[in-house]
Structure formats: structure tokens, C-alpha cells
Write a protein that binds this ligand. Structure first.
Ligand SMILES: [Zn+2]
Length: 246
């Protein structure tokens, strides 16, 4: 069961296009995993600095860095920021290698990112960069500072902007992470009325809705990578049974 695998992990990496994305696709799960002893890192590819109607991007970037830090403290997670540019996130191999480096350094067992079916180009890029980053991280012939690593599980989280074809295949009980999530997202001005979209209402109701179907107070939905991806992502690892076949 996916939930058992997630909560058995000692290290989890969540990759979001903009600060606040990791918090909504896996915030309650992160807080719940931390309570179970896991080490969770949020990798913000950009700070989402273009998203303020009044502040110039440089000023909003600084504000979001502070907000992301306070939110991470409330969730108990570590935060990383690649410092790339909001609205111009490149879906290229050089950027995927930066994601690869973080994966190799942290060696997470579980990686969570955006579902690729999004109207937002940065979100599509983040999904692509994460999958390609895992591919590069697993390839031992690619020499980087850290040794090769293959995460055992890649999941795609639920985000209101990434709804094109998303199927809630797996529901994970996040009941004991919800309160920390609620406090964490309120550290962001985005959750306190900056946007016309009612983020907190939407996600609070969504996690409750998924919880109703999971049979718990709150749950988060995830889609899994394809069978061939799961088989192929371990292709470069040593063969099981000392080389006697798979
Ligand atoms: Zn975003």
C-alpha cells in the first residue's frame, strides 16, 4: 500500500515549482511523516516571485523566502530553494541536473512533485524536471559530487492548477498533519487573501473530502508513476539476488 511505503520512508523530497506548491501538494503529509520520524525536504524551484499585484518581484521574492522559512518550521521540514525564475522555469537538462544533485545528496526514498497535466508552464516543467532529475540521479555513469541514487517511489500530488487528467489513485491519511499545515500556509500572504482564489478553503475542503473517502479525518490524493517508469527507474541499481535475474 502506498501509504505504508510513504510512512516507512526515512527521507522524503517534495519538489514544487513555486514556494507554496510543495506545501499544498504534500504539506499535511510532510507534517505527518515528520511526526513519524522522517526527514522531509521541500525543494522550491522558484519562489513564485511574479505573483504579487503590487510588489516588484525582488521584494516579493524576499517576502516569500521568509514566509517559506516560517512555514517549513511549522511543518518540521527543511527547505531548499534553487533560485530559478518564476514564469521562466526551464524544462531543460541543465536544470534537471540541479534537481539530480539534490536527489543524490539527500537520497530520498520517496519523491513527490506536480502532476504534468497543468495549465501552468512552470508546473509542467517541475514535473518534467523531477522525472528527468531522478533518471540522472540513478545513472551511475553520470559523474556528479554525490553517488548515484534511485528513489523507490515517485508520486504526483494534487494541485488545483494541475487538474488535467489527474486521477486520485492513492489516498494517504494525513489527519495528524492537518493542523500544522493550516498554521504553515497562513504564514504566506497568498493564503491570507492576496489571491482571488480561496486557497485555504479549497485545500481544507479537499483534504477533508479525500479523508471522507479514505475513512479518516483528512487525506491527500496522489497519482503514481506508470508501471514502466517504476520498473525503469530501478534499472541502474544492482540486480536483486546478486545478478541472478529479476
Ligand atoms: Zn505554482
Amino acid at each position: 500500500m502506498i501509504e505504508d511505503k510513504v510512512y516507512a520512508a526515512r527521507s522524503i523530497l517534495v519538489v514544487g515549482a513555486h514556494a507554496f506548491d510543495a506545501e499544498v501538494i504534500a504539506g499535511p503529509l510532510a507534517a505527518a511523516a515528520v511526526k513519524r520520524g522522517a526527514s522531509v525536504t521541500f525543494l522550491h524551484l522558484t519562489m513564485g516571485e511574479q505573483g504579487h499585484p503590487c510588489l516588484i518581484p525582488a521584494h516579493y521574492c524576499a517576502q516569500k523566502e521568509e514566509e517559506a522559512g516560517r512555514a517549513a518550521e511549522r511543518l518540521g521540514v527543511t527547505v531548499r530553494n534553487l533560485g530559478l525564475h518564476d514564469a521562466f522555469l526551464p524544462a531543460d537538462d541543465g536544470t534537471a541536473l540541479k534537481v539530480c544533485d539534490v536527489i543524490r545528496e539527500l537520497k530520498p526514498e520517496v519523491v513527490i512533485t506536480h502532476w504534468h497535466g497543468s495549465w501552468h508552464k512552470d508546473h509542467r516543467a517541475a514535473a518534467h524536471l523531477t522525472q528527468t532529475g531522478i533518471f540522472y540521479a540513478a545513472l551511475p555513469t553520470i559523474a556528479r559530487d554525490h553517488t548515484a541514487h534511485t528513489p523507490g517511489l515517485l508520486l504526483f500530488g494534487e494541485n488545483w492548477e494541475d487538474d488535467d487528467g489527474f486521477k486520485p489513485e492513492h489516498l494517504v491519511d494525513v489527519s495528524d498533519g492537518f493542523d500544522a499545515w493550516s498554521e504553515a500556509v497562513h504564514e504566506y500572504e497568498l493564503a491570507r487573501g492576496l489571491s482571488s482564489f480561496p486557497y485555504v478553503d479549497y485545500y481544507s475542503a479537499l483534504y477533508r473530502l479525500r479523508g471522507c473517502l479514505r475513512g479518516t479525518r483528512h487525506a491527500q490524493a496522489f497519482a503514481a508513476a506508470s508501471h514502466s517508469w517504476n520498473a525503469g527507474s530501478g534499472l541502474f541499481a544492482p540486480p536483486p539476488g546478486g545478478g541472478r535475474g529479476r
